[in-house]
Design a protein around this ligand. Structure first.
Ligand SMILES: [Zn+2]
Length: 253
């Protein structure tokens, strides 16, 4: 399985528009972070987790010519705002499968009503095939995927486990039974916003605590704010099996 980090930034991305913060002015390419998303590829399959406002740029950058579906973690705009840009895939492949909690599907239907329209649909609008995700394993291509259920302040979010790889973003709290599902991983990707506490995101200390509890072979931190600091400096402070993800990083599992 090949994972490509399409974006590793928090909701505003890095640099933040108009910011003079030193990290926003950094010339290190690893300090430039689009909104969070990963491409997951194995055999002939290509799926993306989340589809934020940078989706078009990310798919061009990754030269992704085929898309088997979009899996959503939750409905916040930094994870969903790019849905209209599935159009090139729709024109070539037909309706694109989407996978999400039913609440997220309802939200997408409200925001992108023209995509979900069934009567007198505008000819250029893309179409999707809706797949509701419940907190049970489901099939993606030929792979069984396990949802992980957790909270982003008071909003439910799904993470996803693909065999020995799991992707968790926008977590703040998780029940013990759900945390169990993250044990025995080769690679865990998990959100770590900054050092200071935040009401809806794990900070660095909280993310490292979860990593220490579930003990993946390797962990990569994502959904990073400029306030976390320079990539180069923060990475040196991490335990030896923990890394900061950065845009365009590819890992093989
Ligand atoms: Zn987010």
């Amino acid at each position: 399985m090949k994972i490509t980090f399409l974006g590793t930034g928090t909701s505003q991305g890095i640099p933040v528009i108009g910011s003079n913060h030193p990290v926003c002015l950094s010339t290190d390419s690893r300090d430039k972070r689009l909104r969070v998303s990963v491409l997951v590829e194995w055999e002939k399959y290509t799926y993306v987790i989340d589809c934020g406002p940078d989706f078009r740029q990310q798919m061009l950058r990754a030269n992704c010519t085929k898309l088997d579906g979009v899996i959503f973690t939750h409905e916040h705009a930094d994870h969903t705002a790019g849905l209209d840009d599935i159009r090139p895939y729709f024109f070539r492949q037909g309706a694109i499968p989407i996978f999400a909690h039913k609440r997220v599907i309802r939200e997408l239907t409200r925001r992108f009503d023209y995509i979900f329209e069934t009567e007198n649909k505008y000819p250029g609008a893309p179409s999707v095939v809706i797949n509701e995700v419940k907190n049970n394993p489901f099939l993606l291509g030929n792979m069984e995927v396990m949802p992980i259920d957790f909270m982003h302040y008071n909003l439910q979010v799904f993470g996803y486990r693909f065999e020995n790889f799991a992707y968790v973003t926008d977590m703040k709290t998780i029940e013990a039974a759900e945390l169990e599902k993250l044990k025995g991983l080769n690679v865990l990707v998990i959100n770590a916003l900054r050092e200071k506490e935040h009401p809806s995101h794990l900070n660095l200390e909280e993310a490292l605590k979860i990593i220490a509890q579930v003990k993946p072979k390797r962990a990569y931190l994502t959904h990073i704010s400029h306030m976390l600091g320079f990539h180069d400096i923060v990475e040196q402070s991490l335990p030896e099996n923990v890394f900061l993800a950065y845009d365009n990083l590819q890992i093989t599992i």
